[in-house]
Design a protein around this ligand. Structure first.
Ligand code: PRP
Length: 184
C-alpha cells in the first residue's frame, strides 16, 4: 500500500500524493518567464489577459516580473462538457473591456490539458484583430492532439496527473495552495 505523502492544513484533511513543483521552483521560473516576455516585446502596447479562474495567482505573480508597460484584463469563458462544441462557439461570461485591436495580446493560462479551452479562445481573440497573439501557460501536459497556437512561453512540462494548487482547483478547492501538487 502506498501511503499519502503530503499533509497540509489547507486541504482540510485531504492528503496530497506529492508536491510536483514547490514554491521556490515556481517563483524562480516565473521570474524567468517575466524576463523572457520583457525581452520578446520591445515595442507596442501589451495587454496581458488572464483566463479565470485558474490563472489568477500565476497572472498576479507574472505581471510583477514583466519590466515594461502593460495592461491587465481578464477573460471568463463558459465551459462546456461536450467536446463536440465547435471552436467558434465559445461564450464569454466576462469579455475584456480593454480594446484588443492593434495591441499585443498575451493570453495567460494555468494549464493546457486537452487544449480545447485555448483552441476556442485563440479563434475568438484573433477575430479581435490584435497586433499579435501569444500564449503564456504555466503548465502543459502535452496531451493536446491539436493546438491552434502553441504556447510561446511555458513554465513547466506537467505530468499527466490531477494537478492542484497555485490557482488550480479540484471542485473549487485547493486553489490557495502555494505549491503545485498531484491529487492522484
Ligand atoms: C481548466 C484550466 C484550463 C482548462 C484546461 O479550467 O484552468 O483553463 O481547464 O483544460 P483544457 O486544455 O482541457 O481545455 P476550468 O474550466 O476547470 O476552469 P477554472 O480555470 O475556473 O478552474
Amino acid at each position: 500500500m502506498t501511503l499519502p505523502l503530503v499533509a497540509d492544513r489547507r486541504t482540510g484533511g485531504r492528503k496530497l500524493k506529492r508536491i510536483v513543483f514547490d514554491r521556490d521552483t515556481i517563483a524562480h521560473r516565473v521570474v524567468e518567464l517575466g524576463q523572457d516576455i520583457t525581452t520578446a516585446y520591445p515595442d507596442g502596447e501589451l495587454v496581458v489577459l488572464g483566463l479565470l479562474k485558474g490563472s489568477f495567482i500565476f497572472l498576479s505573480d507574472l505581471v510583477r516580473c514583466i519590466d515594461r508597460p502593460l495592461q491587465v484584463d481578464f477573460l471568463v469563458a463558459a465551459s462546456y462538457g461536450s467536446d463536440t462544441v465547435s471552436s467558434g462557439n465559445v461564450r464569454l461570461l466576462y469579455d475584456p473591456e480593454t480594446v484588443l485591436k492593434g495591441k499585443h495580446i498575451l493570453l495567460v493560462e494555468d494549464i493546457v490539458d486537452t487544449g480545447r479551452t485555448l483552441n476556442r479562445l485563440v479563434k475568438l481573440l484573433r477575430e479581435r484583430q490584435p497586433l499579435s497573439l501569444e500564449i503564456c501557460a504555466l503548465l502543459d501536459k502535452h496531451i493536446a492532439e491539436h493546438l491552434e497556437l502553441e504556447p510561446a512561453f511555458l513554465g513547466f512540462d506537467c505530468p499527466n496527473e490531477f494537478i492542484v494548487g497555485y490557482g488550480l482547483d479540484h471542485a473549487e478547492n485547493f486553489r490557495h495552495l502555494p505549491y503545485i501538487a498531484s491529487l492522484t
